[in-house]
Design a binder for this molecule. Sequence first.
Ligand SMILES: [Cu+2]
Length: 144
Amino acid sequence: MIASFGIARALVVAFAVAALTPASAQTPSPDGAKVYFINLKDGAEVDSPFLVQFGLSGMGVAPAGVEKPNTGHHHLLIDTTMTPEQMKEPIPADDNHKHFGGGQTEAMVTLSKGQHTLQLLLGDWTHIPHVPPVMSEPITITVR
Ligand SMILES: [Cu+2]
């Protein structure tokens, strides 16, 4: 009986954790919100370093760590895509996933010569993409 009591307790804990973690961890985005590249078009040719300006409509920019409805901060995805699983978690921070947690709306970007893909993705105050995600179309640019 002691053993089965332990199992029952473990199940209760497992259910409690399952109820807290999924969907509820993500922040909703308002209808029609979008991010876009202001100064770069698909197929653009640039010299590195180059300026990337982040456009956002239907939402506001807030720094990371500040929880406020209908806000987020910009992320620049470079030569990468996000898996469905990654879209539910904090966006990685590395050379392919740049965070602008200070609330920046533009950045100078240094990339090697050749073709690169760029995509903007808004993240909430904990760096998790919104539901539905606020993400630009990917663009391909060429660094001369
Ligand atoms: Cu972030």
